[in-house]
Design a protein around this ligand. Structure first.
Ligand code: FES
Length: 140
């Protein structure tokens, strides 16, 4: 594995939340959320946008929440199975999150998706964290 592709130690990926990181596709930045699957150390990775409104991120800038074992969209509360990314409840029920290829090796999580290069932990620098004109279930 190339150390430039190492996102984080496996232990840094929570199973009751997500680890947010930024990636690059050329000059374009994107965001990915990582979450641990069960106790075997496997990790799933998803692009940080909601299939309901694809211009809306899943989180509020610190990684998507996990509630009752499912990933949560902060906008309208849609829930997604962390293992296959399918929406189990919400306005996009049946739709899937966009998967990102990662591999666990040597105690670390590596980005193995040819579309992207790893950029860093945390939100992408060019992402607008404001809610914009979209209205969420909290009225914000
Ligand atoms: S934007 Fe995610 S459920 Fe509506």
């Amino acid at each position: 594995m190339d150390e430039a592709d190492r996102i984080a130690d496996v232990d840094a990926v929570p199973d009751d939340g997500t680890l947010l990181c930024s990636v690059r596709d050329g000059f374009d930045e994107d965001e990915v959320i990582l979450t641990r699957l069960g106790g075997d150390g496997s990790v799933a990775a998803w692009r940080n946008y909601c299939p309901h409104w694809t211009d809306v991120r899943l989180d509020r800038g610190s990684g998507a929440s996990v509630r009752d074992g499912e990933l949560l969209c902060a906008k309208h509360g849609a829930t997604f199975r962390p293992g296959d990314g399918e929406c189990t409840h919400g306005p996009c029920e049946g739709a899937n999150l966009d998967p990102v290829d990662v591999t666990v090796a040597d105690g670390g999580v590596y980005l193995t998706d040819d579309r992207f290069e790893f950029d860093g932990i945390g939100p992408a620098s060019d992402v607008d964290l404001s809610t914009g004109s979209r209205i969420d279930f909290s009225g914000n």
